[in-house]
Design a protein around this ligand. Structure first.
Ligand code: ATP
Length: 364
């Protein structure tokens, strides 16, 4: 069994910067855990502490029931895949994959079996004699994965492994990694700042912000019930619309349910939960009067950017995510209103989220 447990883990870098401010969670055997968050939130630091590449200032990192704080990376039974692949340029694909096993003194026939099996799995069988420079980016990434697989570790650690690939290849490799992990059933921790990658790969998603866990759960639970406005705007693209409401507005909007007790708050509504409508919503949902500012047609759907006619401003939890007062409506197909048109966007009551005024708590 290779559960990974983090118990009140902290990291203060020399110089005093506290990059990880007390993190606790457990990853079950065979689960795929994704750490996601904006640049600088501490996800690489946390991963590197699990790997043993960074010391743990306090707390415990436990792999398979053993506290590994003082154990060398090579003895932790983990294998790491990096974003720059870290392949040896002068070695063939075969030798890149075999290198770590030889270093451990594994018998040659076993090395050969493992390398050929991994090459088969990763569709590299015909490329074992090539050097890394004779491979495409995607193939290099596969070699880096192969090197991790042949070690048959207890835990895979991935540090933004796809970030050097173009968009199409990223998607293809994302699917490959997920299939591979399902087959091998190896506990995995994967770091990314890409929320789509996080949503599609994770069994457990850990959303980080400022060295702390903002929310942890299954991707869909987090998507459906974000715990804070930070999570609401980080998970989902385009981001959730956030609109500051006064106490009176909250009482009117949420009359008859427990949310109406809040004094002030932030209303959240996802762009896909809004529809352009000729009638105001009748079921206690919201109606937003918008002036259309811009249209983005992305093929199967269209994003309509409007500004609210009323005085209140939309607020943004993540600076730059959603300009003040702007509301995004996501509609299927390509038909869109004209720029400058006045439209009405509505959402039913059960699609409305309410957060505390500071955005730190979900009210429901
Ligand atoms: P990115 O997505 O940009 O890689 P990240 O979430 O992985 O970001 P980390 O690399 O873990 O973030 O860094 C977390 C914080 O710790 C950052 O503010 C960073 O500047 C700081 N930090 C990282 N390494 C060191 C170091 N060796 N000394 C001091 N501070 C550091």
């Amino acid at each position: 069994m290779a559960n990974v447990s983090l118990r009140n883990v902290r990291k203060t870098y020399p110089g005093g910067f506290e990059a990880i401010k007390g993190i606790d969670f457990e990853i079950g055997d065979g689960q795929f855990c994704v750490l996601v968050g904006p640049s600088g939130c501490g996800k690489s630091t946390l991963l590197r502490m699990v790997a043993g590449l960074e010391t743990v200032t306090s707390g415990e990192v436990d792999i398979g029931g053993r506290v590994v704080n003082e154990i060398e990376p090579a003895d932790r039974d983990i294998a790491m895949v990096f974003q720059n692949y870290a392949l040896y340029p002068h070695m063939s694909v075969y030798n890149n994959m075999a290198y770590g096993l030889r270093n451990r003194g594994m018998p040659k026939p076993e090395i050969d079996t493992r390398v050929r099996e991994a090459a088969q799995t990763l569709e590299l069988a015909g490329m074992l004699d090539r050097k890394p420079r004779q491979l495409s980016g995607g193939q290099r990434q596969r070699v880096a994965m192969g090197r991790a697989i042949v070690r048959q570790p207890k835990v895979f650690l991935f540090d933004e492994p796809l970030s050097n690939l173009d968009a199409k290849l990223r998607v293809a490799m994302r699917v490959e990694i997920r299939k591979l992990q399902r087959r091998l059933k190896t506990t995995s921790i994967y770091v990314t700042h890409d929320q789509l990658e996080a949503m599609t790969l994770a069994d457990i998603l850990v959303v980080m912000n400022g060295g702390q866990v903002e929310q942890i759960g299954s991707p869909l639970d987090i998507y459906r019930k974000p715990a804070t406005t930070f999570v609401a705007s980080f998970i989902g693209a385009p981001p959730m619309n956030l609109i500051r409401l006064s106490g009176d507005e909250i009482r009117a909007q949420f009359a008859g349910d427990s949310r109406s007790a809040a004094e002030t708050g932030i209303l959240g509504v996802r762009p896909e939960d809004l529809a352009i409508s000729s009638e105001a919503t009748a079921d206690g949902g919201i109606t937003l009067n918008l002036t259309v500012e811009a249209i983005e047609r992305v093929g199967a759907e269209t994003f309509v950017y409007g500004t609210r006619a009323r005085a209140e401003k939309a607020v943004s939890a993540t600076p730059g995510e959603l300009p003040e007062g702007e509301v995004i409506v996501r509609i299927p197909g390509q038909d869109a209103p004209a720029i400058g048109a006045s439209i009405r966007a509505t959402a039913p009551r059960d699609k409305l989220h309410l957060f505390s005024a500071d955005g730190r708590n979900r009210i429901d």
